[in-house]
Design a protein around this ligand. Structure first.
Ligand SMILES: C[S@@+](CC[C@H](N)C(=O)[O-])C[C@H]1O[C@@H](n2cnc3c(N)ncnc32)[C@H](O)[C@@H]1O
Length: 188
């Protein structure tokens, strides 16, 4: 089903855009599900940079990548995604963000509005023409609403001559359904 949830939509868009040999980023590694998807899509000639601030995320992700035989494609970075420019070169095809806290982890260590917006701004600068940022925003419960509101306000201000911004909100669902936002760098 195409319209099942925002995570499925985000994966469909990523699968369409990311090609073998690309350089891409998982800005919120967590348990490594998106990192693994990206590694499979870029293949042996590609490169994935994956960020998280928690040791637990790196341990879980490294195990997953080793089991799948793709750990050589991925650089795991224990640092905040707001420091992306210290690690990642210009010309990347895609950046994935899943906002919120580590599933089955510490709910008090989640993404935050100010660092998320800083990371989005820097990621947009690193994208190649036609490249995308794919973000899924989890909110409500332990995540609260502050980050979601700040990020959605921010993306409305992005220059439409340089980037297109699409938001998918499951408007008739209950219990704070995650929102997908895609930012595409306009081709010159
Ligand atoms: C919703 S989880 C990500 C789930 C992940 N995509 C997966 O496939 O399992 C959000 C993650 O963002 C991490 N995080 C929080 N602040 C961060 C920051 N400033 N930079 C990088 N990661 C951060 C958290 O530690 C948490 O693991």
């Amino acid at each position: 089903m195409l319209l099942s949830n925002s995570l499925a939509i985000s994966h469909e868009i990523i699968k369409r855009i990311v090609k073998q040999g690309d350089t891409v980023v998982d800005a919120t590694m967590g348990n490594g599900n998106d990192t693994l998807l990206l590694a499979e899509l870029v293949g042996e000639k590609g490169k994935v940079y994956s960020f998280d601030i928690q040791e637990a995320a790196l341990i879980n992700t490294e195990k997953k990548l080793k089991e799948a035989g793709v750990s050589n494609i991925v650089e795991l970075i224990r640092d905040g995604h707001q420091n992306i420019k210290e690690y990642v070169p210009e010309g990347i095809r895609a950046v994935m963000f899943n906002l919120g806290y580590l599933p089955k982890g510490d709910h008090s260590i989640g993404t935050k509005a100010d660092t998320t917006i800083e990371a989005l701004e820097k990621s947009m600068e690193l994208l190649m023409d036609g490249g995308i940022i794919m973000m899924v925003i989890y909110y409500g419960g332990d995540s609260g609403f502050e980050e979601k509101e700040a990020v959605l306000e921010y993306v409305k201000t992005i220059d439409c001559k340089k980037y297109s911004v699409l938001m998918c909100d499951f408007t008739n669902q209950i219990n704070c359904p995650p929102i997908a936002v895609c930012i595409e760098k306009v081709r010159k």
